[in-house]
Design a protein. Structure first.
Length: 483
């Protein structure tokens, strides 16, 4: 085939399915069905530069490996790009390695957050031709052009295998190529708000904060880039028109970092009189009450925040950078304004005592939020805490570059037991704590669900069987205090 017509193939492998069976934390449950925005952005930019791209998202469209390799071979692509994450790296390596031995003439490119964090490790694999770090749009288009001109021998950037992706002008980027995937295969539902179809839109990239457990700093170097509100709202209008979108999930590290950006977004949505509801991720210390009022008026129907801990000592240790007072006022404002919220907590940090966890649990019970989520700490490469615990006695297992740890007061199993108990017990009565609007919505949803014979039977079975997480949280914490 003429090189000019050859497609660029982009592959997303599924996360490791069995990890959560061994390590029973919700963090490691394979989360499937979210539209792969990064890869759609790459494909959009390739299309803009007149390359045809084909996306294989094996997370929602699994197929036998041999058949898939055969299909790739038949496509005879210009290059194959893999989107690599912490949890899909093993299968990605297997697939890439097997494809390389089948078709050594086709360049294999690695990109994604995990290779941005560990570029050299991935560049050392002989089945990988190039590693693209950071944002990939500009570098991938350039690479495709080079390969088209010179085939496999084309070397980019002085024969180096690692290519540092540059930040593009966000407003000039092509829209994510959603038309290249079967959008119906993805979860198009709000997470906090009950709206469907809900689609993902990115208004920013990066995060200026520096939490010690998080790898964002290594990926984004504490930078924060925004799109102009006009462009974002153009995209929302496009989605409403072309995809029947009713809800938007601003899926990014923090929607509320920049006050002007948030007010600009709300202003555009209101000015265009859009009938759209949306949810976002935020931090309790980057919002003010007037900002929440503007957000509510513009259709904000859900906010997620990482609270992480109820212990001021732990908040300081993990360098979260806010106080419990900030947490309380944020959730109080949201309750007053009737904005549904989720609060996320972590447990199992090194040095975290039973008393610290008691404070976390008590804060979770007291917060006027619609749902709380507890997740056991796992060591992600690229974070400061990872470097601290690596090689130490708190690490109980390692899977590829993921570290599983206990802490000084709890074994790993005890942490998982606590996580399950906290998730179950802190949400059991949440229904009553929720805002009025969401309670009525939920009641109607629950009744229509329960009225269906199959679902009713399932609910009945759930009620009579012993739920996981049934052990009393305070008993678990008291037992730990006595040890
Ligand atoms: C949305 C999201 C998810 C979604 C994924 C949706 C999806 N399919 O894309 C869900 C909920 C499924 C998810 C799950 C998990 N996530 Co997550 N997630 C994010 C989040 C918040 C935004 C990702 C995003 O959309 N970014 C915007 C797009 C534009 O960027 P991008 O996807 O990275 O793609 C760009 C580049 O990476 C690059 N690129 C990507 N692929 C390729 C391929 C090629 C060939 C090239 C050249 C370039 C390239 O170019 C893209 C465009 O610029 C990030 C944080 C962040 N801000 O990055 C964390 C983040 C990616 N997640 C992370 C983690 C740890 C997880 C989980 C393990 C659990 C958890 N605790 O969150 C699981 C495991 C995921 C897995 N399958 O392996 C870490 C990644 C660590 C790592 N080493 O991989 C991050 C960075 C969060 C953090 N700060 O620690 N996540
Ligand atoms: S946890 Fe959230 S606020 Fe903290 S550095 Fe990571 S992305 Fe930023």
């Amino acid at each position: 085939m003429n090189d000019k017509k050859k497609p660029v193939v982009l592959v997303i492998c599924p996360p490791e399915p069995d990890l959560c069976k061994e390590f029973k934390t919700i963090v490691l449950k394979p989360y499937i069905g979210e539209v792969p925005m990064g890869v759609l952005y790459l494909a959009g930019q390739l299309e803009e530069a007149s390359f045809q791209s084909i996306i294989f998202d094996l997370t929602v469209d699994p197929r036998p490996t041999d058949e898939f390799l055969e299909e790739l071979d038949q496509l005879d692509p210009l290059l194959v790009g893999f989107s690599v994450t912490l949890l899909n790296v093993r299968f990605t390596n297997e697939l890439a390695c097997r494809f390389k031995s089948k078709r050594p003439d086709i360049p294999i490119i690695y990109g994604g957050p995990h290779v941005t964090i560990l570029p050299q490790k991935h560049a050392d694999y002989d089945f990988v031709d190039f590693v693209v770090t950071n944002e990939g749009e500009l570098a991938l288009v350039e690479l495709a052009k080079q390969v088209q001109r010179g085939g496999i021998n084309a070397r980019f950037s002085h024969d180096k295998k690692i290519i540092e992706g540059q930040h593009p002008n966000f407003d000039e980027l092509a829209l994510p190529a959603r038309h290249l995937v079967d959008i119906g295969r993805y979860r198009r539902r709000g997470q906090v708000m009950d709206v469907s179809p809900t689609d993902i839109v990115c208004t920013s990239r990066g995060c200026p904060f520096n939490c010690a457990f998080c790898s964002s700093k290594t990926i984004w170097h504490q930078k924060y880039y925004m799109r102009s509100p006009e462009k974002v709202v153009d995209e929302i209008e496009f989605l409403m028109r072309e995809y029947g979108t009713k809800g938007i999930y601003f899926r990014e590290d923090n929607f509320t970092v920049n006050r002007q950006h948030v007010f600009g977004m709300c202003d555009q949505i209101k000015r265009r009189n859009l009938d759209i509801r949306w949810e976002c991720e935020s931090r309790v210390d980057t919002v003010t009450k007037d900002m929440l009022v503007a957000m509510k008026e513009a259709g904000c129907s859900g906010i997620w925040c990482g609270v992480e801990s109820g212990s001021p000592r732990i908040l300081k240790k993990i360098r979260k950078g806010f106080t419990i007072d900030k947490v309380l006022s944020f959730y109080e404002w949201c309750r007053e304004l009737d904005i549904p919220t989720h609060a996320m907590f972590m447990l199992g940090f090194s040095g975290e005592t039973p008393d610290d966890l008691r404070a976390t649990y008590e804060l979770a019970l007291k917060l006027p939020t619609n749902r709380v989520q507890f997740a056991t700490y796992c060591g992600f490469p690229g974070s400061e805490m990872y470097d601290e615990i690596k090689g130490g006695e708190l690490v109980v297992a390692q899977w590829e570059d993921l570290l599983i740890s206990r802490n000084e007061y709890f074994t790993q199993e005890q942490l998982y037991e606590l996580e399950a108990a906290m998730n179950y017990q802190a949400n059991r009565n949440r229904f009553r704590l929720g805002t009025r609007k969401i309670s009525i919505e939920r009641t109607i949803r629950w009744l229509s669900y329960a009225a269906h014979p199959k679902m009713g039977w399932r609910l009945f079975r759930q009620k009579v069987s012993k739920p996981s997480g049934n052990t009393n949280v305070l008993d678990l914490l008291n037992a730990a205090s006595k040890r």
